[in-house]
Design a protein around this ligand. Sequence first.
Ligand SMILES: CCCCC/C=C\C/C=C\C/C=C\C/C=C\CCCC(=O)SCCNC(=O)CCNC(=O)[C@H](O)C(C)(C)COP(=O)(O)OP(=O)(O)OC[C@H]1O[C@@H](n2cnc3c(N)ncnc32)[C@H](O)[C@@H]1OP(=O)(O)O
Length: 194
Amino acid sequence: MSGTSAALQPPAGAVKPVRHPDAPAPGELLGAHYEHCFGCGGGQSHGLHLEARAGEGVTVTAEFVVQAAHQGAPGLAHGGVLATALDETLGSLNWLLRTIAVTGRLETDFARPVPVGTTLHLEAEVTAVAGRKIYSTATGRIGGPSGPVAVRADALFVEVDVKHFVEHGRQAEIDAAMSDPDQVRRTRAFEVNP
Ligand SMILES: CCCCC/C=C\C/C=C\C/C=C\C/C=C\CCCC(=O)SCCNC(=O)CCNC(=O)[C@H](O)C(C)(C)COP(=O)(O)OP(=O)(O)OC[C@H]1O[C@@H](n2cnc3c(N)ncnc32)[C@H](O)[C@@H]1OP(=O)(O)O
């Protein structure tokens, strides 16, 4: 079962998501939203290095190879790391909406153990939008993109202003991000709403 809690049921009046006209084309790699992101950044040696790709509509696909640093039980991925992979994949959907949003709620099902060395094939889509609330769902499959579902999640992301990060982040990292032209360009790409 998944997505059963009332908090993840879109309210009456929710609408279908609209892909932003300047969204990356289907098939395009999205790249990291922040170099030091544990999910997608290249600057975290034990991070997930998850690579997400734009799909059709408001969908993405992503891959994550489970490393020894990601174990919970011997030779098996830690559930929290798998939840992170789902969260990161769901978060990358915001590239297609060109909206900055953070995870408010994430409900995860763990259906099969995931051994170290496995490639987790993820796919995610936005199912509904209600004001600042973005409803989405994701699956992670093993053994190939059409293999059995090992993990799945339903989520509610909440749209925020870039001020959210500037006000809450530690000053040293905020200063470094704001003085990095590439980071500023990437963040601005989200600020233009339809
Ligand atoms: C140039 C320097 C800047 C550098 C920035 C760098 C990059 C920026 C670009 C992109 C990065 C974007 C995101 C990161 C991407 C990927 C990482 C994966 C995603 C994450 O890992 S991200 C981290 C984990 N995440 C958090 O760190 C959030 C902590 N949290 C909060 O910051 C607040 O909690 C917030 C903002 C969520 C809401 O606060 P708020 O005050 O803005 O709004 P409010 O509470 O009014 O909620 C509005 C409506 O959402 C409903 N709602 C809220 N929460 C709910 C819940 N849990 N369940 C059910 N409904 C919920 C309310 O019920 C209401 O609904 P209604 O409108 O119907 O009343």
